[in-house]
Design a protein around this ligand. Structure first.
Ligand code: UGA
Length: 452
């Protein structure tokens, strides 16, 4: 099939490249010339494992090209997939990029005789596609739905694993209100074997995406809340509690004699909170949408409150241990919102560093790939806040270290290194990934989420 992708962020580019791998002819449209140039030069404009490799393959074979001529690409293709950003600001989701894309596609459709499907993949609140997008397409094309197809096909891509998630999805959700659009979208995913295809109406497809993210975010906050209760109790370790709780076969079914240990259980681990471009934004957007419709979601609102407080609780506990942060050097291991990405959007490390600076600490942030991005949010200022990719520099003479992102290299730091390098070997485990026993045996002081 010939497919146009509009917007080449991490969702658009991964979608385009993976669909090209599956044999489609893809054109990726972006207004930014430098991004278009990079893609055509086989360079990934974003850091996403595996992306550059497949990009090289599909650009070299001519199955994917980037450009900025949306109209001609729509005229020459059978499906347009909208993957532009939907940021959340001022209490509502910003749909201006979606509106512009729909308008431009509609204007192109005015001149098109063949059937063309417009598919929204960007995360949009329920009813956006079958009201706003549909109406813009109608007005701009002068055509009625049926003369063009309309679909909503949410993405479930984790940053850092987006290529793998796209190529081997758990499910493919196709929202449409007519059989011709369903059929066209099924053809897009023809090459994906043994994957359940869920066909629902358009607004259900939109809702599935939000509820999926809200569920995962709520599980994290649930675990973090349980962790706080353990801290208040004393002598109870959240890790032991959750390890036993998740043995319930409804979380952890047995396959033969083995436990399946589903990845879902990862979301039931306590830590310093979730971040990223999706969970915080999507939960906020769903709450605001729901309130507009007259229902106040309480669990989801609390999910956000617990999450905002989580990194601050950790800083508070550290402050109690140290007495004061003034003139104290604190190393923060991990700036990215999770390992495997350079993305720092809504990262708990931002909250941690901001609070430490407010309390007059000297901060040394460490990350293998995210220091530059962090610098654009909290600029370096000697001697108050500095960034490095080398944890040894950050640990040198530090009064405490907070592990905020569980990058494998940080988990591997030997207890002896903390002892040798730091002024005071106080190790704060914000992800509960370090071995408390061996740290304490070596002489470090351990402080972990959900354990006092
Ligand atoms: C998330 C979803 O997992 C994807 O299914 C979804 O498609 C994507 O959002 C999206 O809407 O586009 P992502 O934001 O890349 O993907 O990240 P996750 O791997 O799910 O992690 C989210 C946050 O939760 C991270 O900050 C991570 O550190 C945190 N987390 C995760 C915890 O705090 N505790 C955990 O136990 C697990």
């Amino acid at each position: 099939m010939k497919i146009t992708i509009i917007g080449t962020g991490y969702v658009g580019l991964v979608t385009g490249a993976c669909l090209a791998v599956r044999g489609h002819q893809v054109t990726c449209i972006d207004k930014k010339r430098d991004i278009v140039e990079k893609i055509n030069n086989m360079q990934a404009p974003i850091y996403e494992p595996g992306l550059e490799k497949i990009l090289k393959e599909v650009v070299a074979s001519g199955r994917l090209a980037a450009g900025n001529d949306l109209k001609n690409s729509v005229l020459a293709s059978e499906v347009s997939i909208i993957t532009v950003g939907t940021p959340f600001g001022d209490g509502v989701i910003d749909l201006s990029s979606i509106e512009n894309s729909a308008r431009e596609i509609g204007e192109a459709l005015r001149e098109k005789h063949d059937f063309h499907i417009v598919c929204v993949k960007s995360t949009v609140v329920p009813t956006t596609t079958d009201t706003l997008v549909k109406n813009i397409l109608r007005a701009a094309s002068g055509k009625e739905p049926g003369e063009f197809g309309l679909a909503m096909n949410p993405e479930f891509l984790r940053e850092g694993k987006a290529v793998e998630d796209f190529m081997y999805p758990d499910r493919i959700v196709i929202g449409a209100d007519d059989e011709r659009s369903f059929a066209g979208m099924r053809k897009v995913y023809d090459g994906f074997l043994d994957v359940p295809i869920i066909q629902v109406n358009i607004r259900t497809a939109e809702m599935i995406k939000y509820v999926a993210n809200a569920l995962l975010a709520s599980l994290i906050s649930f675990s973090n809340e349980a962790a706080s209760i353990c801290e208040a109790t004393g002598g109870v370790d959240i890790k032991e509690v959750l390890a036993a709780v998740t043995l319930d076969k409804r979380f952890n079914p047995r396959i033969g004699n083995k436990l399946a240990d589903p990845e879902m259980n990862q979301y039931l681990q306590a830590g310093c909170g979730f971040g990223g471009s999706c969970f915080p934004k999507d939960v906020k957007a769903l709450i605001s949408f729901s309130m507009e419709k007259g229902y106040l979601p309480r669990i989801m609102a609390s999910t956000l409150t617990v999450n905002q407080e989580q990194p601050l609780r950790l800083v508070g506990r550290l402050e109690k241990k140290l007495g004061t942060f003034e003139n104290k050097k604190i190393a923060v291991l991990g700036l990215a919102f999770k390992p495997g990405t350079d993305d720092i959007r809504e990262s708990p490390s931002i909250t941690i560093i901001t609070k430490l600076l407010e309390k007059k600490a000297q901060v040394f942030g460490v990350d293998p790939v995210a220091t530059r991005n962090m610098e654009s949010v909290i600029p370096q200022a000697f001697p108050n806040v500095l960034y490095t990719t080398d944890y040894k520099i950050a640990l040198q003479n530090a009064d405490a270290v907070i592990l905020a992102t569980s990058w494998p290299d940080f988990i591997k730091i030997a207890p002896e290194e903390y002892l040798q390098l730091m002024k005071y070997p106080l190790v704060v485990d914000g992800r509960r990934v370090l071995d408390k026993k061996s740290l304490e045996k070596a002489g470090c002081i351990y402080l972990g989420v959900g354990l006092v």
